[in-house]
Design a protein. Structure first.
Length: 361
């Protein structure tokens, strides 16, 4: 038995320390992007630019991690902008500059998040509605509550919120610590616990999970609940980073939240998720947007850049590029040249020995 364990030790070690394809791809792309930015647009990686880019990237990372949990169950959540916008409105309008009312406002936002998450989960898991239709309906309801509270008018966030979410510690934006904390919690819960492994098993094959007794509907419903809580946290963060958040602050996070999940290597069909790669993808996408703006391109190109990144991410992990390249690089087979016909036998070769001797006589 000891010998068998010793023989299998390298395999176990490689499995434990294996690196996902998405992490390698998006990590390499991020390094290359920063190198290109330093050459073509040095101002995009200056200290001022990074201090403005990183907090927004961290908000996107938190929202992307919530979207990743939903995508792991084979779904998609289009209520991201509604929850982020509603949270930003609640934590700015309800306190109205009073720090003492900030905590009750956050609690109210969390209640909205839990209710919206269970509504999505029940409609999709129990009523079998299409995730796009169900989450779009929830998004409309969240925006309805958003406009009812705000009236479409922004408010200045409280000083406490600006200090917590928008401040810095040791020169590092506090939003970075929020994103890292969420990354650790999600990674531990999904990768290191029995419930997390069951969660990924349900997303990979719901029918097989149901056959072995796993609660498929419960896992699918809780995915939307946890996702809404992370969107709520993203809304709290953006409310502190932006001094006067608008009632539609979450609109710019819908497409990017899906793009970072895909760029991180998580399959849209469900299964395994890659939290660290998703966070790095958020940094990559936000830096790409900042790089494009620094080059003087119109801000209208931002959406096109994000859509292009999403398309590239989907093609990287769904298209078998090795087979495609092999098809174009394959050299056509050349038929072998025809063999020359053997020479016709001479008349002397066709004669028998007896006939040859008779001719000689």
């Amino acid at each position: 038995m000891v010998d068998a364990l010793a023989r299998n030790a390298p395999a176990l070690t490689s499995a434990r320390f294996s690196v996902s394809k998405g992490l390698i791809t998006v990590g390499s792309a991020t390094v290359i992007l920063f190198l290109i930015s330093g050459v073509l647009a040095p101002s995009s990686i200056s200290g001022t630019s990074l201090s403005g880019m990183l907090p927004i990237a961290c908000v996107l990372a938190v929202a992307g991690l919530g979207q990743m949990l939903v995508v792991q169950q084979g779904g998609i959540d289009l209520s991201v902008p509604g929850m982020i916008s509603l949270t930003a409105v609640i934590v700015t309008h309800n306190p109205d500059g009073n720090d003492a009312l900030l905590l009750p406002a956050i609690a109210l936002a969390l209640v909205f998040a839990v209710v919206a998450g269970f509504a999505n989960g029940l409609m999709i898991g129990s009523l079998r509605l299409n995730p796009i239709i169900a989450t779009l309906g929830t998004n409309a309801l969240l925006y309805g509550a958003d406009l009812a509270i705000s009236g479409g008018r922004p408010r200045i966030t409280t000083k406490l919120m600006q200090t917590i979410s928008g401040g810095q510690t040791f020169g590092i934006p506090n939003a970075v610590f929020f994103a890292l904390g969420v990354l650790i919690v999600v990674s531990v819960l999904v990768k290191k616990t029995v419930a997390g492994r069951r969660f990924e098993a349900v997303g990979a094959n719901p029918e097989a999970a149901r056959a072995i007794g796993l609660r498929v509907r419960s896992h699918q419903t809780l995915a939307y609940v946890w996702a809404q809580l992370l969107y709520c946290l993203a809304g709290i963060m953006i409310a502190g980073i932006t001094a006067q958040p608008s009632a539609f602050e979450g609109d710019k996070f819908l497409l990017p939240s899906v793009a970072v999940v895909v760029l991180g290597g998580t399959s849209l069909l469900g299964g395994r998720g890659f939290p660290l790669a998703t966070l790095i993808a958020a940094v990559f996408l936000q830096q790409l947007t900042q790089f494009v703006i620094t080059l003087g391109v119109s801000t209208a190109i931002q959406t096109l850049v994000q859509a292009a990144a999403l398309a590239v991410g989907v093609s990287l992990y769904t298209v078998n590029w090795r087979a495609v390249f092999a098809r174009f690089s394959r050299t056509p087979s050349v038929p072998p040249p025809p063999t020359a016909a053997p020479p016709a036998p001479s008349s002397l070769e066709n004669t028998t020995p007896a006939a040859a001797s008779a001719d000689a006589v």
